[in-house]
Every structure is written in structure tokens, then in C-alpha cells.
Design a protein around this ligand. Structure first.
Ligand SMILES: [Mn+2]
Length: 348
């Protein structure tokens, strides 16, 4: 595996220089954040961005993410032009030496929490999700939750939710298949591996359909185009927000088939009613057996990219929720430690 770290570009308070000093860190995961969704990423911009990362002594081989336009997810007539653009972006990325593209097919909201900085007993704060707070949302009366995409006005959001209600899960699945049939052949020809990120959390939110939330969904989408380029980002925290998902088993199955190209590793503490908090990375901190997960990757001979996913805010750090330096660096070190330990036990 190759250990990587997400970086948000020049505005990120966590600098490339700091990231480089994390033990075992080899590369950056990032994106061109200033290209509007649906437009082609220009080669010159990709090349300049990559050069900046490489000048700091880090590799840049994974994009997270190239966003999928809502019109593609909704199956609107404009999707053919947008899929054409998406394919051209993949070709441009390949020309610049990129290898893996993470993306998701979550309608409207992308990831979702009800609190971005809940105080924990140890004085840290973290991202959490409480069903009770979700149930309180009344879109007719307006809404306010931290992390909402402020670019949607209440009426627009209501309109989109209504549109997706008519699309439904089956419609969204058909639209994903249409998208994959358009882009996977281009990715294969260019030498890019596509890696879909699961729904976060792994359940429907506000009635919006969710189709990447469990083993059945993963099998279904991989079968839509049965090619190695049609692969997964295995996010333990997202899939792990649904207690019925057996994460080590999913890793063994899908890494074993060579369909996991990128992994997000973090722990979550999940309650019976579906609330969860993002915890420290250690197995004992949350509901996931992180050692079993890393062992499953190791035993599958995983050679893809891993990154520590979100971290808590610790040691007084402030910044982008989930994306501080300290706790993610601890996460990377913990994962590297597990990996080295497993490798040594296997070699003995
Ligand atoms: Mn993730």
C-alpha cells in the first residue's frame, strides 16, 4: 500500500511541508477545486498543481474527487455532454500521470453530519451524526445544520429533493450505469482507475436515494461494467456507519478481486439507533476492528493507495472539520504500525 494524505491546496492551513514530515507519507490526494462542476479540467492547471506537490517531495497520483454533475445523477438530457467532458478530464489527468480518480454518486448532499465539532470527554472535538437532529429538520421551515452546502437555497434544495424522489433508487442506479458505460471505457484506454466512494452515512438521508451503501450495492455497481477500472474507494468510516456492514470481509472480498484502488481508513463509534461519532483511529476507540481491516488489506496483497480519513480536532488545533493535521498524522502512523506489525508476524 501507499500512504497518502488529503490536501486542499494553497488555502489549506496544513502545508505540504508539514505533511511531508509525517513518517511514511508518500503522496497527496487532492483536486482542482476552482474548476466548475461539469467542465473539463485543463491540462496546464493539472500539470502546475502536480509540479507544486512534487516540488515538496510528495507524489500526486490520486484525485479526490472529480465531482459528478447533478444532471448526470438525475439522468437529464445534458448528461451526454457532461459525460463527454468527464471523459476528457480523465484523459487530461492520465496525460499528467494521475492513476486513480475517486468520485461519488451521492445525490445533492455528499457527506452529512449533524455536528461538526461535538465535544468529546477527552477535550477533543469531532464530527458526529444524531438521528434525533436529522429528524428535526423541516425543509418547509428552513433548515440550519453545520456543513450544509450554502450554495443551495432552501427552495432549490426542496426542488432537487423532489426531483430525486421521482428518480428513486432504481432510477439512480440506471443513471450510474449510464455514467459508468460512458466513462469506464475512456478510463481504461487512458490508464485511469475509477474508485467510487460509498454513501456517507450509508443510509438514505431526507428521502434522497442512496445506492452505494452495502455489499449488495457494491456488487451491483461493479457488475455494471465488469472491468478493473470500475473500482472502489473503500471508506471504512462511511460503510462502517451501518453496523451490519462487515468491513474486514468487504476488504477481503473486493481487494481480493482487485477492485479496491483507494482506501479511507478511520474508526467510528456507532450506536444501535444509528448515531455515530468519528473517533480516534485505534480499534478500541470505536466500533471497527482496525487491525482486522488492515490485515485484510495486507493479506489481499493490496498495492493501492490508503489515506487516514477524517481526524478529530486535538491539541487545540482549529481548521477544516475532519481535516486537521495532528489526528490524521496519528492515524497514518497507527496504520503504518499495524501494517509493519502484520508484515513482521507473517515473515516470522
Ligand atoms: Mn471517506
Amino acid at each position: 500500500m501507499k500512504m497518502t494524505f488529503r490536501w486542499y491546496g494553497d488555502d489549506d492551513p496544513v502545508t505540504l511541508e508539514k505533511i511531508r514530515q509525517i513518517p511514511g507519507m508518500t503522496g497527496i490526494v487532492s483536486a482542482l477545486y476552482d474548476v466548475p462542476v461539469g467542465e473539463v479540467w485543463p491540462v496546464e492547471k493539472i500539470r502546475a498543481f502536480k509540479a507544486k506537490i512534487e516540488a515538496a517531495g510528495l507524489e500526486f497520483e490520486v484525485i479526490e474527487s472529480v465531482p459528478v454533475h447533478e444532471d448526470i445523477k438525475l439522468g437529464k438530457p445534458s448528461r451526454d455532454r457532461l459525460i463527454e467532458n468527464y471523459g476528457q478530464t480523465l484523459r487530461n489527468l492520465a496525460d499528467c500521470g494521475l492513476k486513480v480518480v475517486c468520485y461519488n454518486f451521492m445525490p445533492v448532499l455528499d457527506w452529512f453530519r449533524t455536528d461538526l465539532a461535538e465535544q468529546m470527554a477527552d477535550g477533543s472535538n469531532t464530527l458526529t451524526f444524531h438521528m434525533e437532529d436529522l429528524e428535526k429538520i423541516d425543509l418547509d421551515k428552513g433548515y440550519s445544520l453545520p456543513g450544509w452546502d450554502a450554495s443551495y437555497k432552501p427552495e432549490e434544495l426542496k426542488g432537487l429533493i423532489a426531483e430525486y424522489a421521482t428518480v428513486g433508487e432504481d432510477g439512480l442506479r440506471a443513471n450510474l450505469e449510464y455514467f459508468l458505460k460512458g466513462v469506464i471505457p475512456v478510463a481504461a484506454e487512458a490508464g485511469i482507475k475509477m474508485a467510487i466512494h460509498p454513501d456517507d452515512p450509508a443510509r438514505p438521508i431526507l428521502g434522497l436515494p442512496r445506492i452505494v451503501k452495502n455489499r449488495e450495492d457494491l456488487l451491483s455497481l461493479l457488475a455494471m461494467v465488469d472491468a478493473p477500472e470500475n473500482g472502489l474507494t473503500l471508506c471504512t468510516g462511511s460503510l462502517g456507519s451501518e453496523a451490519r456492514n462487515d468491513i474486514p470481509a468487504l476488504v477481503a472480498e473486493f481487494a481480493g478481486k482487485g477492485r479496491i484502488h483507494f482506501a479511507h481508513l478511520r474508526n467510528v463509534k456507532v450506536t444501535e439507533r444509528g448515531d455515530f461519532a468519528e473517533t480516534g483511529h485505534l480499534s478500541k476507540d470505536g466500533s471497527l476492528d482496525m487491525a482486522a481491516i488492515v490485515r485484510a488489506f495486507f493479506e489481499a496483497g493490496f498495492e493501492g493507495y490508503i489515506r487516514p480519513d477524517h481526524g478529530r480536532m486535538i491539541w487545540g488545533e482549529t481548521g477544516k472539520p475532519g481535516y486537521g493535521l495532528y489526528d490524521r498524522a496519528l492515524g497514518a502512523t497507527y496504520i503504518n504500525g499495524l501494517w509493519e506489525g502484520i508484515a513482521n508476524v507473517k515473515a516470522a
